[in-house]
Design a protein around this ligand. Structure first.
Ligand SMILES: [Cu+2]
Length: 116
């Protein structure tokens, strides 16, 4: 019993140390599950970070139709008219780059999925 508690304490300490190391890294992805497409032709924030299993929502607030297409595949293509929102769920940790297929040169974003 005492050993189990000690192991737990060590695990918690390790987790805290991990958090501290992550917090000190320079500006990375924003921790949010909401991405806006404001005027004009961009994703905001460009890079987000979510825990595994999170449903991420994109809201098109621009005057043009945009899409969200994860470049590695395996995800639905979201095509969003002005004023529309769409979402998809990210279950596996990893980095998922995505583009708007209509404006692939200008509109690129990233979802970083971390283990819970
Ligand atoms: Cu677009």
């Amino acid at each position: 019993m005492r050993t189990a508690l000690l192991v737990l304490a060590l695990a918690v300490t390790a987790a805290l140390v991990g958090c501290t190391a992550q917090a000190s890294t320079p500006p990375g992805p924003v921790e949010t599950a909401q991405v806006i497409m404001p005027k004009s032709y961009r994703f905001d924030p460009v890079a987000i970070q979510v825990p595994a299993g999170t449903t991420v929502t994109w809201a098109n607030q621009d005057n043009f139709t945009h899409s969200v297409s994860v470049t590695t595949g395996g995800f639905p293509l979201l095509s969003l008219s002005p004023g529309q929102s769409g979402s998809m769920t990210f279950n596996d940790p990893g980095e998922y780059n995505y583009i708007c297929t209509y404006h692939a040169q200008n509109m690129k974003g990233k979802v970083v999925v971390v283990a819970r």
